[in-house]
Ligand binder design. Structure first.
Ligand SMILES: NC(=O)C1=CN([C@@H]2O[C@H](COP(=O)(O)OP(=O)(O)OC[C@H]3O[C@@H](n4cnc5c(N)ncnc54)[C@H](O)[C@@H]3O)[C@@H](O)[C@H]2O)C=CC1
Ligand SMILES: O=C(O)/C=C/C=C(\O)C(=O)O
Length: 522
C-alpha cells in the first residue's frame, strides 16, 4: 500500500449518473441499429469493474453497411457539395450543443473512462473547441494560386476524398474523436467512426448531437466493436480511402500492413515515452509542477505524458525529494469527485498491465512514491502516483510505454548525455525542456527526436500547429492545415495564357530543348 493522500475521497460514495443507458447500438444511415448477428460486448465501469452496459459488437457486415451509407451520402448527398460556410454553420452548431451539454458529457465520460470529472469537463470543452476551430478554418482556407504573368496560372482544387475511417482510443475518447470528426466533416467527407471498445459511451452521443445540428443523414456513421473485428473490417474496406488512427504503435503497424494493398491515405498518432529534461538552471518550482501534471493528469493515460524525467546532477537529489513529496500529495479518488486528481484506470486489463510495470520497476529503480494500490481503495482500478528514481536507460520502465501514473527519473551530467538519453527510445512524440539558457533550449529542441517540443511550458498548444510524432510515435501530422491536407485531395489545375508553346513532335527530325525538358514556366 502506498502513502498517497487519499483520505478526502476514499470514503466518497461511487457516483452513478442518472439515466445511464444499459445498451449501445451502432448508428448507420441515420438509425440506431444492432449488429447484424445480434452480438454484443460488455462495458465495465472502472470503479466497480461491473458490466454496466452492453454495446453492439460490429463485424464486417455492419462495417459494410456503414460504409455503404457513408459512400451513398458522399456520392449523392448534399454534404460534400455544400459551400464551406454552410458546412461551417453546422459545425458551429455542433460546438454549441457540445458546450451546452458539457457537464453531462463530462459526467458520462468520467464514469465510463475513470477520468477525473474536472479533467473530463475540460476535455468536453476542448471537443467543442475542436469543432469551432475547424469550422472557422474551412471558411478561412484560401486555395493556393501560382501565377506566372503572361504565361500561366496554376491553382489547386481541394476536394473531399470520400469515406474517412476514424479509429480512436479510450484515453480521452470524446475529445480525440472530435479531433478527427471536426476536420473530416469540415472538408466535406463522410465518416465511419470506430471508437475504442473500453469506452464506447460518449461516442454514442455524437449521433444525437449531429442530428440536432442538422448534419445530413448518412454523413456520420458509428460502428462499435472489437478492434480486430470492426476496426480491421474498416481498414480493409475497399471503399474507405482514408484511415485516421490513434492508438498503440503495435496496432499502427498492423493497420499500416492491412491498408497497404489498397494504398490508403494513413494518419497515425501512436504511442510515446516522452522525456522531460530539467537542467540545473531551470525554474525548479515550475518544472516540478509541470512534470507532476504532465505524467499524472488524465490518469497518466496520456500519449504525450512526460513519463521519463531527466534531471541534471547538480539539482537531482533536491528534485527527486521534492517531486516524490508532491507526487504523494496528488489526490487519488472517485472520478466523479471534483477534488480528484487521479481517478481509476480504464479497465482491469490495463490496470494489470500498469501494476506489472510497477513490479518490474521495483527491481529497476528506487521507489520513492506510490508503488501499487493506494490505501483506502480495496477495489477499482486505482493506482497510486508512482515515482522511480535512479532508473537506467536500458530499464524496461525507461523504454516502454506504461500509459499510467508511473514516472522514471534519471540523472545526467552534460547536455550531450541528456540528448542521448532523451533520444534513446523507439518513440518520438513529445519532449519537454526546462532551462533558462535560451541558446541551449533552442539547440536542444532542434536536436531532440520528437514531433512536439515544449520549452519551459506545460502541454498547452495552439490548434494551428502540427500534432504528431516521429519514429514509432506516428506517421503524418494533423492539426491546422495539416488536417485539411490529410482530408482533401489536392488537384493542381494549370492554364496557359496567350500562345500555347507546343513541342514540335512529328514536325521536325531532331528536337531542341522543349518545355517538356524544362517544365517550369517561370
Ligand atoms: N499520439 C497520440 O495522439 C495518441 C496516442 N495514443 C496511444 O493510444 C494507446 C492507447 O489506446 P488503445 O485504445 O489501447 O490503443 P489500441 O491500439 O489498442 O486501440 C486503438 C483503437 O484501435 C482499434 N484496433 C485495435 N486493433 C485493431 C486492428 N487490428 N485493426 C483496426 N483497429 C484496431 C481499437 O479497437 C481502438 O478503437 C497508447 O499507446 C497511446 O499512446 C493515445 C492518445 C493520443
Ligand atoms: O492536444 C491534442 O490535440 C491531443 C492531446 C492528446 C492527449 O491529451 C494525449 O493523449 O496526450
Amino acid at each position: 500500500m502506498s502513502d498517497t493522500r487519499t483520505e478526502s475521497t476514499a470514503t466518497a460514495a461511487h457516483h452513478v449518473p442518472a439515466d445511464l443507458p444499459d445498451r449501445i447500438q451502432h448508428y448507420i444511415d441515420g438509425e440506431f441499429v444492432d449488429s447484424a448477428d445480434g452480438d454484443t460486448f460488455d462495458v465495465l465501469d472502472p470503479v466497480s469493474n461491473q458490466t454496466y452496459l452492453r454495446a453492439a459488437a460490429g463485424k464486417k457486415a455492419d462495417v459494410d453497411r456503414a460504409v455503404a451509407a457513408a459512400k451513398r451520402a458522399f456520392e449523392e448527398g448534399p454534404w460534400p457539395r455544400m459551400l464551406p460556410r454552410e458546412r461551417s454553420r453546422v459545425l458551429h452548431r455542433i460546438a454549441d450543443i457540445v458546450e451546452s451539454r458539457d457537464a453531462r458529457l463530462a459526467e458520462l465520460e468520467s464514469f465510463d473512462s475513470g477520468l477525473p470529472i474536472t479533467q473530463a469537463l475540460g476535455q468536453a470543452r476542448r471537443a467543442a473547441e475542436n469543432f469551432r476551430f475547424f469550422a472557422d478554418l474551412i471558411v478561412a482556407q484560401a486555395d493556393d494560386t501560382f501565377k506566372v504573368p503572361g504565361r500561366q496560372i496554376n491553382y489547386v482544387n481541394r476536394k473531399p476524398i470520400g469515406v474517412a475511417g476514424l479509429i480512436t482510443p479510450w484515453n480521452t475518447p470524446f475529445m480525440l474523436e472530435s479531433w478527427k470528426l471536426g476536420p473530416a466533416l469540415a472538408t466535406g467527407n463522410t465518416v465511419v467512426l470506430k471508437p475504442a471498445e473500453f469506452t464506447p459511451l460518449s461516442a454514442s452521443l455524437w449521433a444525437g448531437i449531429f442530428e440536432e445540428a442538422g448534419l445530413p443523414q448518412g454523413v456520420f456513421n458509428l460502428v462499435n466493436g472489437i478492434g480486430e473485428d470492426a476496426g480491421d473490417a474498416l481498414v480493409k474496406h475497399p471503399d474507405v480511402p482514408l484511415i485516421s488512427f490513434t492508438g498503440e504503435s503495435r496496432t499502427g503497424q498492423i493497420i499500416f500492413a492491412n491498408a497497404a494493398p489498397y494504398l490508403k491515405g494513413l494518419s497515425m498518432e501512436l504511442g510515446g515515452k516522452s522525456p522531460a529534461v530539467v537542467f540545473a538552471d531551470a525554474d525548479l518550482d515550475a518544472a516540478i509542477d509541470a512534470t507532476i501534471f504532465g505524467v499524472f493528469s488524465l490518469n497518466g493515460e496520456r500519449c504525450t505524458a512526460g513519463s521519463r524525467i531527466l534531471v541534471q546532477r547538480e539539482v537531482y537529489d533536491e528534485f527527486v525529494e521534492r517531486y516524490a513529496a508532491q507526487a504523494k500529495r496528488v489526490i487519488v479518488g472517485d472520478p466523479h469527485d471534483p477534488r480528484t486528481e487521479v481517478g481509476a484506470l480504464v479497465h482491469p486489463e490495463h490496470y494489470e498491465k500498469v501494476m506489472s510495470y510497477i513490479e518490474i520497476g521495483k527491481s529497476e529503480g528506487r521507489l520513492v512514491a506510490g508503488g501499487g494500490r493506494p490505501e483506502g481503495f480495496p477495489t477499482g482500478n486505482y493506482v497510486a502516483p508512482t515515482v522511480f528514481a535512479d532508473v537506467a536507460a536500458d530499464a524496461r520502465i525507461f523504454q516502454e510505454e506504461i500509459f499510467g501514473p508511473v514516472v522514471a527519473i534519471t540523472p545526467f551530467d552534460t547536455d550531450e548525455e541528456a540528448l542521448a538519453l532523451a533520444n534513446g527510445v523507439k518513440y518520438g512524440l513529445a519532449a519537454y525542456v526546462w532551462t533558462n539558457d535560451l541558446k541551449r533550449a533552442h539547440n536542444f529542441a532542434q536536436a531532440i527526436e520528437a514531433g512536439m517540443v515544449w520549452l519551459n511550458s506545460n502541454n498547452v498548444r495552439d490548434l494551428r500547429t502540427p500534432f504528431g510524432g516521429v519514429k514509432a510515435s506516428g506517421l503524418g501530422h494533423e492539426g491546422g492545415y495539416r488536417s485539411i491536407d490529410f482530408y482533401t485531395d489536392q488537384q493542381a489545375v494549370h492554364i496557359t495564357l496567350g500562345k500555347v508553346h507546343n513541342p514540335t513532335f512529328g514536325k521536325v527530325e531532331t528536337h531542341e530543348a522543349t518545355d517538356l525538358d524544362d517544365p517550369d514556366p517561370r
